[in-house]
Design a protein around this ligand. Structure first.
Ligand SMILES: NC(=O)c1ccc[n+]([C@@H]2O[C@H](COP(=O)([O-])OP(=O)(O)OC[C@H]3O[C@@H](n4cnc5c(N)ncnc54)[C@H](O)[C@@H]3O)[C@@H](O)[C@H]2O)c1
Ligand SMILES: O=CCCC(=O)O
Length: 513
């Protein structure tokens, strides 16, 4: 019998400080902090109502921004539509140069941009700077892809015809993004759009708009012409803004990252104008550990995967399936590592894990924990709220023996709950893993290549990550299947979603000589 330490009943996590009420980072380049929307190359400060952006660590108001009227969406669409007329004709080399400039500017300002991400989103500064570099890498990648958009020459049945295809920019794109990656979720869409020759109207999340505005500021500095990148702001009228983007005949594509529920609304609303769509939606990632895996490595990767953004990423492990023979050992090792976390405001030195985004996020974690324990899950590490740090802090909870009917198995928790379930065979775990409407990321850990390969093949997911918990980078096609959405971002395919394939036939030609 293994002797398993169980951490039930106390929080072994260390805290750097008691609750803090105010943290204002120092910015080398204060110009990056904008207080207005950005339309047609101009900063727009409407005199009407405003909304507050708050630091999730302290609750402190960090910015007041215009809560714009819906009419601004029409203005931004008009600006983007006018800009498209000339921008689509720019050479791919020119667009590549602007993208490269923006990559360089983001890289030069990475520390400041990281502080903005950390301030408005809560993730630790090192992780936030990592996000900024990841975000910038999409501009580097698509600077390289811009000149590599190819067509084909086709052999038609009619000998007097000659036929070829070319990829042309789809047109003005409406982009809607979430708060969990305030920078990277935008650049993963804007970079291929700009590279393809499209113009953009972006509506960032009102909880994290400062990163989007800093990006607009740098895009202007990088040389993008007015109207190519427009950022509109709303807190109270988000659905109306979404509706405008979906219904406008001038917007030819809507690209959305967020929940499956909102994705479905936007898809319905886009039907009347038959928009091209990209939908990067929710996940419910299974993280499968076989008994022959390197257990220490699997634990380290589970930590990196599960606790990136304190569990608030679409590719975070949501369900951990561990082979029965090693489940207790794995759970104990995981709890031991989690107990080393230093939780606190992301901008504070040495903090490894920050707050959640808001009260609703904490409530969902609590509900999932309560539901699973009521249904018989065993508490390995009792986490819970950390009011001594602030309203949005939650120490991770680890549960094992989580029953299949627990809510966490069918819904994305999007927070720091590790829900571990035992399995016996590969067939059984593949059945568990695929028993969901979602299919974004999946993870498999085993030293046996036969196991890794056959399980990876059987998993219904857009992305399967084997023996690593971190796989995201600009070079890979990112996207889901089933109700996790469609479209691919990044990679050589990412630009295709911002183009349409046009066929040109030249008829009446003489026979070939
Ligand atoms: N697949 C991916 O690449 C990916 C990446 C990040 C996050 N996500 C998913 O996003 C979700 C978390 O983000 P969230 O809580 O911000 O999601 P959300 O769907 O609530 O919001 C996403 C964005 O849509 C906006 N929005 C909400 N209702 C809208 C409406 N009716 N019309 C137009 N816009 C509207 C929000 O303001 C926000 O900017 C999770 O499900 C996560 O898995 C997916
Ligand atoms: O939240 C989802 C995006 C995560 C990523 O790009 O790795």
């Amino acid at each position: 019998m293994l002797s398993i330490p169980v951490f039930v009943g106390f929080h072994p996590i260390t805290f750097p400080n008691p609750r803090m009420t105010s943290i204002r980072p120092h910015f080398d380049n204060p110009e990056l902090i904008r207080d207005a929307a950005f339309v047609n190359g101009e900063w727009v400060r409407s005199s009407g109502s405003t909304f507050e952006v708050t630091d999730p660590a302290t609750g402190q108001v960090i910015a007041k921004l215009p809560d714009q009227p819906v009419a601004v969406v029409d203005e931004a669409i008009e600006a983007a539509s006018n800009a498209f007329k000339s921008y689509r004709k720019t050479t791919t080399r020119q667009r590549s140069a602007w993208l490269r400039n923006l990559f360089n500017l983001m890289t030069e300002n990475a520390q400041d941009l990281g502080k903005i991400v950390s301030w408005e989103n809560g993730k630790p500064l090192a992780e936030a700077v990592g996000e900024v570099k990841y975000a910038a890498s999409y501009f580097e990648w698509f600077a390289e892809e811009a000149p590599r958009v190819y067509g084909t020459v086709i052999q038609p049945a009619n000998p007097s015809n000659r036929v070829f295809t070319e990829r042309v920019p789809v047109g003005v794109c409406g982009i809607v993004c979430p708060w969990n990656f305030p920078s990277a979720m935008i650049t993963r869409k804007a970079a291929p759009a700009f590279a393809a020759g499209c113009t953009v109207v972006l509506k960032p999340d009102s909880q994290t708009p400062l990163s989007a505005l800093a990006l607009a500021y740098l895009a202007q500095k990088a040389g993008f012409p007015p109207g190519v990148f427009n950022v509109v702001l709303s807190h109270t009228k988000t659905p109306e803004f979404g509706l405008k983007l979906c219904k406008s005949p001038k917007i030819r594509k809507v690209s959305f990252t967020g929940s499956t529920a909102v994705g479905k609304i936007l898809m319905q609303q886009s039907a009347s104008t038959l928009k091209k769509l990209s939908m990067e939606l929710g996940g419910n990632a299974p993280f499968i550990v076989f008994e022959d895996a390197d257990l220490d490595a699997a634990v380290a990767q589970a930590l990196a995967c599960k606790f990136r953004g304190m569990g608030q990423t679409c590719v975070c492990a949501n369900r951990l399936y561990v082979q029965r023979t090693v489940m207790d050992k794995f759970s104990a090792k995981l709890a031991n590592e989690v107990s080393k976390f230093v939780i606190g405001p992301g901008l504070q030195d040495n903090v490894t894990h920050g707050p959640l985004i808001n009260a609703k996020a904490i409530q969902k974690v609590e509900e999932h924990v309560q539901d699973a324990t009521e249904k018989g899950a065993k508490v390995v590490l009792a986490g819970g709220r950390l009011p001594e740090l602030g309203d949005n802090f939650y120490a991770p909870t680890i549960l094992s023996n989580v029953p299949s009917n627990a809510r966490v198995n069918s819904e994305e928790t999007f927070g720091p709950l590790c829900a571990i379930t035992a399995f016996d065979t590969a067939e059984e775990v593949v059945k568990y893993a695929n028993d969901t409407e979602l299919g974004l990321a999946s993870y498999v850990f085993s030293k046996n290549i036969d196991t890794v390969y056959t399980v990876a093949e059987a998993l219904e997911a857009g992305m399967v990550s084997c023996n690593t918990g971190l796989f995201s980078e600009a070079s890979i096609p990112f996207g889901g299947v089933k109700e996790s959405g469609f479209g691919r971002e990044g990679s050589l395919h990412g630009i295709e979603d911002y183009t349409v394939l046009k066929t040109i036939t030249i008829g009446g030609l003489p026979e070939r000589l």
